[in-house]
Design a protein around this ligand. Structure first.
Ligand code: SF4
Ligand code: SF4
Length: 377
């Protein structure tokens, strides 16, 4: 088993100090406009201690939590996606001499504290997309390699979490350099620090702490188990087959009556990777740039082929998103495209809930015995 030590809660500042000494910028969850963002932290006091999300379909707000925990909150509004795959970036530029210059990647060493298991799974999922095929996105790879990930095992879920049913949490079992379990007991407030990589072990060796004993490790595992049991949302069993059987189900039109096609769900989703490439030129034509930016299957332009868009109806765009995430992603990448983080539920302005939509399809699939389908886009 990987080495684990117990440090007092004040030791978080020692950890941040060691990371900085090793040349890392240090980021963590920060309160931002009443919710959580991800950004630079100077000390542990920048973390949202004592605060938790009050999250439901269509709403996410930070509120005071029931205890003085540093990590009882769960997810910032965006995960690691915007670090490894920025929302927009220049790829190339050229001037009057027509020499094309590739934009260098800026990827300074970055340590992120507080990453949850669902977001680690999401990073793996993105890596499958960007690195798993014959063409590797080296911009993604350089940024990913610059990351040092300090995971936190969740002790409480947000109401929108359903990672347990997606088998992506709430306990991180891989993909981290260090993992933290926060234990608050009657007479102590401590963090169990576990190394998950050689880089993590090197940092752990510089921390002052006692070896974690069996009781500490059991308390940590029990906390994660309780967190899984407290999740009241779950994804419908067999959703891949369910969606593939129901391309023409009337429920898609029912969702479309509520869906604004605003694309919020795809922007906050830690695995949605669709992008577009734009060429921009100066008015005199002397300079030109090629940019890549996030796109979304909810926009009309996204499915534009010569002469018009394929998915003109909101119903077909929502169906495309959900069916790709939960069904065809398996065919393309051998895994689900959803990690159960629940962001799309909380950040949807009209509260559309991917778990509820799957359950609604399943209910009528069972009662009507819907089977077979016709063409889909
Ligand atoms: S499901 Fe919600 S967040 Fe997504 S496009 Fe529709 S209204 Fe926007
Ligand atoms: S589809 Fe929703 S719950 Fe699933 S990974 Fe994306 S944002 Fe999270």
């Amino acid at each position: 088993m990987d080495r684990a030590i117990v440090i007092p809660i004040q030791g978080l500042d020692d950890l941040i100090g060691i990371l900085k000494t090793q040349g890392y910028q240090v980021w963590g969850a920060r309160e931002c406009d009443g919710a959580l963002g991800l950004g630079p932290i100077a000390t542990a006091s920048d973390l949202p201690r004592g605060r938790i999300e009050s999250a439901e379909a269509g709403t996410v707000r930070l509120v005071d939590g029931p205890r003085d925990a540093v990590f009882d909150h769960t997810l910032p509004m965006q995960g690691l996606k915007r670090i490894v795959y920025p929302a927009q970036e220049r790829l190339y530029s050229t001037g009057p001499d027509m020499a094309v210059e590739e934009e260098p990647v800026e990827a300074p060493p970055l340590a992120v504290i507080g990453i949850r298991s669902c977001d680690l799974a999401a990073l793996d999922t993105l890596a499958t997309v960007f690195e798993g095929g014959p063409f590797v996105d080296t911009r993604f790879s350089q940024r990913r390699e610059a990351l040092l990930l300090v995971a936190v095992n969740c002790m409480r879920p947000a109401a929108t979490c359903f990672c347990a049913s997606m088998d992506t949490g709430p306990r991180a079992d891989r993909g981290f350099d260090l993992a933290l379990d926060e234990l608050i007991e009657a007479d102590r407030h401590v963090i169990i620090v576990t190394a998950g990589s050689a880089r993590g072990r090197e940092i752990l060796d510089q921390l002052s702490g006692e070896p974690a004993n069996k009781a500490d490790l059991k308390a940590a595992r029990d906390g994660s188990r309780a967190c899984a049991e407290a999740q009241h949302r779950r994804m419908t069993d067999g959703v891949e087959g369910l969606l593939k059987r129901n391309y023409d189900h009337p429920h898609w039109a029912a969702v479309a009556e509520r869906c604004l096609s605003c694309a919020n769900c795809t922007m906050v989703c830690p695995t949605c990777f669709c992008g577009t490439v734009e060429d921009r030129s100066s008015l005199d034509g002397a300079e030109a740039e090629r940019w890549r930016r996030w796109d979304s299957c909810f926009t009309l332009d996204f499915s534009y082929l010569h002469g018009g868009s394929v998915r003109t109806e909101t119903a077909s765009r929502y169906r495309q998103w959900m069916t790709h995430k939960l069904a065809h992603w398996h065919d393309q990448f051998g895994t689900s495209g959803c990690v159960g983080c629940g962001r799309c539920i909380g950040w949807c302005p009209v509260g559309i809930d991917i778990t509820a939509e799957a359950a609604a399809l399943a209910a009528s699939d069972e009662s009507q015995g819907t089977s077979g389908t016709t063409a889909h886009d």
